[in-house]
Design a protein around this ligand. Structure first.
Ligand code: URA
Length: 199
């Protein structure tokens, strides 16, 4: 079996990528960030304005929601690898086109091979469609699906909490359940005995 390229080699390839027209309008590609041995990988849609400016994923308003959701699951951002299905910003934040998704796919595939995460959390419909084609987010959100050695957990995109506030409570419940699943799978430690004490 051939060794997958290192995360840094993949990031370098993304930074000089010209496989699709998005390279002409991007400021900075956004390869993703996090530990190379992260057990949990998060895959969003595409960089927005602030991500394009900074070269980092989820640093705008949706990123703040994501941090809050991760905290509910008992995760910190520096424990997870965060990337997107598309590494360069579509102008005006339009939906990615099929040919852009196709051109970018090898990078995500290599990142998964390099990190070999036990859990992949999809954020939004484009990312979900890559791992769970045909699934409907309103039906499957928060429910882990086994794929070989790993779990795929489809979640609403964090921006949903901003433009459909009533769904925030649903998202919070999904991340609470994710935290429980991560503890059941041995990825997060069990809650400390003191936190289980009944007063
Ligand atoms: N939305 C995404 O899907 N990804 C980002 O990096 C930022 C916003």
């Amino acid at each position: 079996m051939t060794t997958p390229p290192s995360l840094e080699a993949i990031a370098q390839a993304i930074r000089s990528c010209t496989r699709c027209p998005l390279h002409r309008t991007r400021r900075n590609p956004v390869p993703g960030e996090g530990p190379a041995d992260a057990a949990v990988m998060l895959v969003g849609e595409a960089p927005g304005y602030y991500e394009d400016r900074s070269g980092r994923p989820f640093v705008g308003a949706a990123g703040r929601v994501l941090d809050e959701m991760l905290a509910i699951a008992g995760l910190r951002r520096d424990q997870v690898f965060i990337t997107n299905i598309i590494k360069c910003r579509p102008p005006g934040n339009r939906d990615p086109k099929p040919e852009e998704l196709r051109a970018c796919q090898p990078y995500l595939r290599d990142q998964i091979l390099a990190i070999d995460p036990r859990v992949i959390v999809t954020l939004g419909r484009f990312s979900m469609a890559y791992f769970l084609p045909g699934a409907k987010i309103s039906q499957v959100h928060g429910r882990p699906v086994r794929r070989g050695d790993r779990w795929i957990v489809p979640m609403y995109h964090p921006a949903v909490a901003l433009y459909r506030p009533p769904l925030r409570a649903v998202m919070e419940a999904d991340y609470r359940a994710l935290g429980q699943a991560l503890r059941a799978w041995g990825i997060l430690p069990d809650a400390s005995p003191s936190s289980q004490e009944v007063s």
